[in-house]
Write a protein of this length. Structure first.
Length: 234
């Protein structure tokens, strides 16, 4: 989806209407992407070049409207939208900005309490910053020559976990014995799957991930133990 989404022209309509539901609410509306998405991610920042966009909501893929009920009156906000499908996230739509304008309201009665001040919107838990986490690590194939020779060993690898959760740039950092298990370890790492690193609410590449795979031969009637991991030497 990401590749297809890069070629799309967003038709983002930010109907930044002052009184949508209550004072200072802002309504964000957009035209749907031409590709199917599971959801749309709405991102917001204050209109300041130093401010970063933060995800504030995720709506279903068939929804093209969001009401920001946490907009503080008098503050100028900027919004943009991304399409989401699985771990894939589209490029952002064009951003548009507007001021949340206080709507004239009747004087409160004695029984009414002042409305609470708008609180900062925290990113939803699924967008919280976090490092990569292994989801699938299939064991490697034990080289036939090592089986016949009863050879055990280990291989330390370094690679990048992409924003899609796959591995790339896989390389051997160290191995014992050298060159015996290297290719088996490289082939296995190519099939690893991870939940990607999250920064600023979005998946990003995570370079320099390291792991070590141990190949062990246990002489108990020819039992073979392969693909176990051990902590890296301190």
């Amino acid at each position: 989806m990401a590749a297809a989404a890069r070629g799309l022209k967003w038709a983002l309509l930010l109907a930044l209407l002052a009184p949508a539901v209550r004072a200072a609410d802002l309504v964000v509306e957009w035209a749907p992407l031409a590709v199917s998405v599971e959801s749309y991610q709405v991102e917001r920042r204050v209109d300041d070049p130093r401010a970063a966009f933060v995800p504030i909501a995720r709506v279903a893929g068939d929804v093209v409207r969001f009401i920001d009920t946490h907009a503080a009156a008098g503050v100028r906000y900027c919004y943009r939208v991304r399409g989401v499908r699985g771990l894939q996230v589209s490029p952002p739509s064009p951003e548009l900005c507007s001021v949340a304008i206080e709507r004239a309201a009747a004087a409160p009665s004695a029984a009414q309490e002042p409305a609470p001040e708008a609180q900062p919107v925290a990113a939803p838990p699924e967008f919280a910053d976090r490092d990569v986490k292994a989801l699938r690590r299939p064991p490697p194939e034990y080289p036939r020559a090592a089986i016949l020779g009863g050879i055990s060993g280990w291989v330390k690898l370094r690679f990048t976990v992409t924003a899609e959760g796959t591995t790339r740039d896989i390389q051997v950092v160290a191995a014992e014995p050298p060159r015996v298990f290297d290719q088996a370890a490289l082939d296995a790492a190519a099939g690893f799957a991870y939940s990607p690193r999250i920064e600023g609410g979005l998946p990003v590449d995570r370079p320099d991930v390291e792991t070590e795979i141990t190949f062990s031969w246990i002489d108990r009637g020819g039992e073979l133990v392969t693909g176990r991991r051990r902590p890296a030497p301190r």
